[in-house]
Design a protein around this ligand. Structure first.
Ligand SMILES: Nc1ncnc2c1ncn2[C@@H]1O[C@H](COP(=O)(O)OP(=O)(O)OP(=O)(O)O)[C@@H](O)[C@H]1O
Ligand SMILES: [Mg+2]
Length: 444
């Protein structure tokens, strides 16, 4: 009767509307089977709708991940080529500086070239971090220690009109990360917060322990349940609309004027945090402000002691180095730098040539300095082949980027000495001395 007058949909609504369970059952028993069927279908419809919504969300998420991966591969490729070019630019400029007296105009010009090259190197470093192609030096860290250690630098970054407050949690858990990277995350978030408050405001940095449960992770893919340490950076700035929020982690996405922002700040943060097994949660309202919460997995190990680095210029050497590098310019500049500093250098452009050089060399070979990616054979394979003839040789790998395969398939074991391109003459010489003198693996 009801269904005849109101139609099925309306009947379902009228039965559902505000009725208690008892009344509902009474009414249902009076209704014909067709309305009951309609009710069941309506339930199915809403379930289907939910399922469709969940599917759409996960498809969006997948598309986003795929896009970030593709942009990451592109960024890594660009950074790799640039790092080889920069190695040559920095190397030759430093050689030029040695040839002119300090007060010569060419020395000053060379200094400008070096400054620009170092700025370019920092951009490619950020691209590599984003694409997660960097070799990490993770340590067990106390996040509060990093925040308080950065206090002066952070205060120097923000303007006088901004109130700065740090609220460290007591008994904060430890994290495992590369300390330089965690500092970079802090700086990038603080600089963004500052830029969002041109006429002043409040900036708060908080830390906390938190446990994420199944409920939270369902709403925050790709978060995983577990114990985390949170770093929250809150500002009372301009905030962001939904469209901006959807794109902030893309490299080169910026809303700042040309010359003001490169759009690499948050993509770098994204790369670092995901590489540590963490994730980022952003909440923002236009005109109210933004909160960036960085979740880093908590570890139970004790904090690693800090190893201080030497500041004296690296000592010259007398050893013999087999240098394997397929880019001629890069090879030439490294060879010349090493020779100027007392080393004997055997050069090879590819693995076959390297093996014949090693074979023809009857005396002691102190070091194999090789690129990771070489034509025909990778650096670690070459190192094993050379070790058969010269087991005494130590190995230092270098690369403009470390291909994912190299890191993830363990080609370059975590103990391998590694030098990230581009490097300065000092970085190269220091890395070589550290390895030859102490067997130190931290070469860069
Ligand atoms: N705290 C914030 N408040 C408001 N908008 C923000 C905030 N942080 C980031 N954004 C927005 O996200 C964009 C991307 O940030 P990101 O740090 O990646 O690049 P950038 O700051 O523009 O440039 P760069 O950091 O490379 O100098 C910014 O241009 C801005 O629109
Ligand atoms: Mg920024």
């Amino acid at each position: 009767m009801v269904s005849g007058q109101l139609g099925e949909e309306a009947a379902v609504e009228s039965v559902r509307g505000g009725a208690t369970d008892y009344v509902l059952k009474q009414r249902l028993s009076r209704l014909g089977p067709s309305v009951r069927r309609a009710l069941a279908e309506a339930d199915d419809r809403s379930k289907r709708k939910q399922a469709e919504e969940a599917l759409r969300k996960s498809e969006d998420q997948l598309r986003h991940v795929q896009k970030m991966e593709a942009v990451g591969r592109l960024a890594a490729g660009v950074a790799h080529d640039f790092n080889n070019l920069l190695t040559a630019i920095i190397g030759y400029t430093q050689l030029m500086q040695r040839r002119f007296p300090p007060d010569h105009p060419a020395t000053k010009d060379a200094g400008e070239v070096l400054g620009a090259a170092e700025r370019a190197a920092s951009l490619t470093r950020q691209l590599l971090i984003f694409s997660r192609q960097q070799v990490l030096k993770p340590r067990v860290l106390d996040l509060n220690g990093i925040v308080s250690g950065m206090d002066r630098i952070l205060r120097g970054l923000i303007d006088a009109g901004i109130d700065f407050l740090a609220v460290p949690a007591r008994d904060l858990g430890r994290i495992k990360a590369d300390p330089g990277h965690v500092e970079q995350v802090l700086v990038n978030l603080v600089v963004n917060a500052r830029d969002a408050m041109p006429s002043g405001g409040r900036l708060t940095i908080e830390t906390a322990n938190i446990e994420l449960d199944e409920h939270y992770v369902l709403d925050h893919p790709p978060a995983q349940p577990g114990r985390y340490v949170v770093l929250a950076v809150t500002d009372s700035g301009c905030g962001m609309d939904a469209e901006t929020q959807a794109r902030i982690f893309e490299p080169f996405y910026t809303t700042k004027e040309v010359g003001k922002g490169t759009g690499l700040g948050l993509s770098t943060v994204h790369g670092i945090v995901h590489q540590c097994g963490g994730h980022i949660d952003v909440y923002s309202e236009i005109g109210v402000g933004s909160v960036f919460k960085v979740y880093l997995p908590r570890v139970d190990e004790a904090v690693d002691p800090v190893v201080s680095r030497g500041v004296e210029p690296p000592a010259p050497g007398t050893e013999t180095v087999l240098l394997v590098e397929d880019h001629a310019r890069v090879r030439n500049v490294i060879a010349e730098t090493l020779r100027l500093n007392g080393y004997t250098v055997l050069e090879a452009a590819e693995p076959g040539e390297a093996m014949s050089r090693a074979h023809e060399h009857p005396a002691r070979l102190d070091l194999l300095l090789t690129d990771v990616m070489l034509p025909g054979m990778n650096g670690p394979e070459l190192a094993r082949a050379i070790a058969r003839r010269h087991p005494e040789a130590r190995v230092l790998f270098m690369s403009g980027y470390t291909d994912n395969a190299v890191i993830h398939q363990g080609l370059l074991g975590s103990g391998a000495a590694f030098l990230q391109k581009p490097f300065t003459a000092e970085g190269l010489l220091r890395g070589i001395r550290a390895l030859l003198d102490n067997g130190l693996r931290e070469a860069a």
